[in-house]
Design a protein around this ligand. Structure first.
Ligand code: KG4
Ligand code: ZN
Length: 328
């Protein structure tokens, strides 16, 4: 099956072609970072308009990259949620229209399922079952994954997501948008331990997280003694990494599984990767990451999730009504 995948849930327009048995044929992402930078965050209306501007050209480019015509498409997968309603509607409307015109099934995909399955696109892919640590701007979750569509939530953040904590903390520290990568870069130049920040819920015994207090703790340090920004960033990053690593270890112990899969934008964080590598290697477990280019939002993970859903028996539907699920 040749599946076209479209992603427009937030500030990246992603398009990809995946063929069952062959793998990724082509993929392109257009990031709106420059568009939103002046506002210090994503402006939903501007995001939607830019997706409208970019998506048709990206689709043409990806088809050309793969040397294929539209009539070779056998299904169209798109992110149906969660995300910004207006932004989601761009890929959804395009996908449903294309599916109707071409007479192929349309497949609404959950954005997090895309992230969750993205490590399976790597040459060295994990086998089921595994524990997934999903760390994006909107979610922080630990899941047990037994197969496509067979997901059990083990724990999640009770407030801010890990990526959200990176972004908000970067903002109070005066770092440029997008905050997460900027904060991580600064942290790598500093030393953790010079200031003491909490490790929220580290010993709560369950697999839940809480990150909103960390931003407040950083603000308190900034107001009080002040701090060398790099050292404060390093301590913040260490706090997030400590908690994520500890809970991932706990999830592997509780499930008895030996494979950990990391997905979502924060999975690009090098300090987190180093700690997870060390934690798993010491116990003879293994950790898998998506390719760096597929850590943040992209169409490849959506095309792939669509192909996996089809292979698992999903029928999709004939293109028609356009509905999205912003809070799915
Ligand atoms: O998965 P993603 O691209 O979008 C969502 O679905 O949310 O994740 C974006 C999040 C943002 O919060 C961003 O700041 C964070 O991932 N992020 C990072 C790094 N790269 C991206 N956080 C920490 N360190 C990084 N290197
Ligand atoms: Zn995402």
């Amino acid at each position: 099956m040749i599946v076209l995948g479209l992603e427009s849930s937030c500030d990246e327009t992603g398009v990809a072609l995946y063929e069952t048995g062959r793998g990724l044929l082509a993929h392109r992402v257009h990031s709106q970072i420059d568009l939103h930078a002046a506002y210090g965050g994503v402006v939903p209306e501007l995001a939607s308009r830019d997706h409208v501007r970019r998506l048709p050209a990206l689709i043409r480019q990806v088809m050309a990259d793969a040397g294929l015509g539209l009539n070779s498409l056998e299904a169209i997968a798109y992110t149906a949620g969660p995300g910004l309603a207006g932004a989601l509607l761009v890929a959804a409307g395009t996908a449903e229209a294309m599916a109707a015109a071409l007479g192929v099934p349309a497949l609404p995909i959950h954005h997090l399922e895309g992230h969750l399955l993205s490590p399976l696109l790597a040459a060295d892919a994990p086998a089921f079952p595994f524990v997934a640590l999903l760390v994006s701007g909107g979610h922080t979750q630990l899941m047990r994954v037994d197969g496509v569509g067979r997901y059990q939530l083990l724990g999640e953040s009770v407030d801010d997501a890990a990526g959200e904590a990176f972004d908000k903390t970067a903002k109070v520290m005066g770092l440029p948008y997008p905050g997460g990568p900027a904060l991580a870069q600064l942290a790598d130049q500093g030393r953790a331990g010079r200031f003491s920040l909490p490790r929220p819920m580290l010993h709560s015994g369950d697999l839940n997280f809480s990150f909103s207090g960390l931003k407040t703790a950083v603000m308190t340090v900034l107001r009080g003694e002040g701090a060398a920004p790099a050292d404060l960033a390093a301590e913040f990053q260490a706090a997030v990494v400590d908690v994520l690593t500890h809970k991932a270890k706990l999830a592997l112990k509780q499930t008895g599984l030996k494979r950990l899969v990391v997905a979502g934008g924060v999975g690009a964080n090098q300090a987190l990767r180093a700690r997870l590598d060390e934690m798993t290697a010491r116990r003879g477990w293994r950790v898998y990451y998506p390719e760096p280019a597929l850590c943040t939002d992209n169409g490849a993970m959506i095309a792939f999730a669509g192909a996996m859903r089809l292979a698992a028996g999903a029928a999709g539907h004939a293109g028609g009504a356009v509905t999205v699920r912003p809070r799915w």
